[in-house]
Design a protein around this ligand. Sequence first.
Ligand code: ADP
Ligand code: MG
Length: 600
Amino acid sequence: MIRILKKSVADKIAAGEVIDRPLSIVKELVENSIDAGASSITIEIQKGGKSYIRVTDDGCGISAEEAELAFQRHATSKITTDKDLQHIDTLGFRGEALASITAVSRTELLTKTREEKVGTKLVVEGSQVAQKIAAGCPDGTTIIVRDLFYNTPARLKFMKSDATESRFIIDFVSQVALAYTEIKIRLVNNKNMLFTTQGKGDRYKNIITIYSKDIGEGLIPLNEEQEDIRLEGYISDPGKTRPTRKNQIFFINGRVVHSKVIEKGIDQAYSDKLFEGRHPVAFLFLHTDPANLDVNIHPNKREVRFHDEVIITQLVKNTIRNALQTKDSIPAMKQESVYSLKQDYNKPQEIQKKEAQVDIKKLLSGLREEQELPNLKPVAMQEEVSPFEPEKKKIKPLPQTVPLPPKPFDFDQLTITGAIFGTYITAIDETCFYLIDQHAAHERVFFEQLVSQYKQQETARQSLLTPVIFHVSYSVAEDRYSWLDALNQMGFTIEAFGPKTYIIKEMPVFLDIKEGEQFVQDFIDNMEDNINLESFPALEKIITRACKSAVKANDYLSQEEIQHLINDLKSCENPFSCPHGRPTFIKMTRYEIEKMFSRV
Ligand code: ADP
Ligand code: MG
């Protein structure tokens, strides 16, 4: 039943302008359709929504008696008392949207409840009811909004171009389609159908339909439950990153939100895996008891406050970290590149051979140079769960298809088969073939060992028979207390040997002398002015940089050295990328190989 909220309740609602552009109208109307229990919603816009917006749903409809009331300020069927504000489980609750929309446009409502024989048509212009008649129509509600801001020319001027306004709307509807996979969502722009989702609960399919195959293929599924919070969705491998956060979309109980708290969790999870300024793709869906949240802090409800922010950041971080440990997170070799070897089938053999070599080399070395990595495997695991029962569940929306949490990668199943180009180790397990970048792997191992020695303050040192001597500048010598301590804590014993000369007497056991010497040099070179090495992130950054050059490239490792490296990698916290975010592993499944040889 729609009622006008008591003033005392209305006053507690974060007030403000709801309607500032066509997007806000689409948002309010679509949210109303979702709240009305629709299983199908069609959104149609023209000229960026400035001239025409139509939203049609098959939800519960509004009865003839209540139709006019729905357009009044603070008229809502969703809450009654201020206590209801503490556990909002609908998208709307202010009872303001329809009133605000009719104030600035010509609005038409066509609606019918299941119980009624005929529906109602209501025309409202600038808040005045212009027409109310009985009308034949299907169950559900259609709202048409024409000539937005026709009576407020100032706001008309603030709108952007049609293309920009429609982009806002398309982005929003795309996000809704991801969150509400059980609703069939259709979007029509200037009479062109942009997309229709199936409404069968398959989120992964919706991502591919709405975003791109490319984005879809780089995704790793997540699914984690902790007390009354559930986090699921998809994130990209560290190899598939973007320069902005545009492809990070968060939903909390079905609401698209901005959330610094979630962003922080993501950043922490990827902290040592990404180059600065790069961001993973993330579609994250958080479901929690509405009592854990405050959605009533901003008029457009885009901001949500968690009562316990630390729990959320931790959950996001840990869930992503676990997902990044799985086999799914190893980038796959790009089939297209391998296919290219066979395309020139008809060329003379020598040319073919030459090109094939160049091609493979390019493919492999390119992986290290370029940031964009080959496609990941599409996520194959999907599991049906029981259908969503609206009466019982408070938390919404519950998607009907939830990815299975992937299994962790098992290093013990790896068999080393050799090494190529003095750079890449080759290995297999039951289902995949892997190339492991020896240099990246070494960097990862050194990095984690140095950090762990530093943290534990108990170091395994080896004494050098011939101590290594090195020289620094006066200013660096002046600053020696900061770096001497840090290096000492990592397992180097360094002593002054003159005003700017030092000797390394001991170094960590896992480094050979050349590596240790290079590391110390680079560590010192990478110190910036005024750097505070007592701050761990600052220290970590320098270790990261110094590890890079400490490791030898193009070095033919013996069988034992390879095995040793793989064992060390296995004990790493983040074995699948070097500290700079490049992958250590890429894989190709046996199935893909067989497909390329046309065996399957
Ligand atoms: P709110 O969504 O905050 O309650 P609105 O102004 O958006 O406020 O809508 C007012 C009321 O109109 C809603 O509470 C609901 O009862 C009714 N209503 C609006 N849109 C629809 C719809 N598409 N289907 C059924 N009822 C609707
Ligand atoms: Mg509403």
